[in-house]
Design a protein around this ligand. Structure first.
Ligand SMILES: [Zn+2]
Ligand SMILES: [Zn+2]
Ligand SMILES: [Zn+2]
Length: 110
């Protein structure tokens, strides 16, 4: 007979796990991962923590925000990231070797 006011007790939890594709929020990581299947996108840029992203800048943003890396050196060719500039420079040889291999002309010695 008396109209009791319904207490809203389930709105306090914040949805920390946001979908990067549609900005939808989820309570748990599992829910988010389950939701991601609906997008079914190819995500070639994978972080060392297991998260994958469709673009390099998303991975870059994730690494900065989540892992708080002081400095990240990113290869402009394949978007691979390194902790030090020397590692990035050493990695650059990989792409140079590939470019050189494409030139099949054999140069005369001298
Ligand atoms: Zn989504
Ligand atoms: Zn990560
Ligand atoms: Zn590279």
């Amino acid at each position: 007979m008396s109209a009791a006011t319904t207490p809203a007790t389930q709105k306090t939890r914040s949805r920390n796990h946001k979908c990067q594709e549609c900005a939808k929020g989820f309570h748990t990581r599992g829910q988010l991962r389950n939701h991601l299947s609906v997008h079914n996108l190819v995500k070639p840029f994978q972080c060392h923590c297991g998260d994958a992203f469709a673009t390099a800048w998303r991975l870059d943003t994730h690494a900065k925000n989540v892992h708080c890396t002081a400095r990240v050196y990113r290869c402009e060719v394949c978007a691979k990231m390194f902790k030090t500039s020397s590692h990035l420079r050493a990695h650059g040889n990989v792409h140079r070797a590939t470019a050189r291999a494409s030139a099949t002309d054999r140069l005369p010695a001298g």
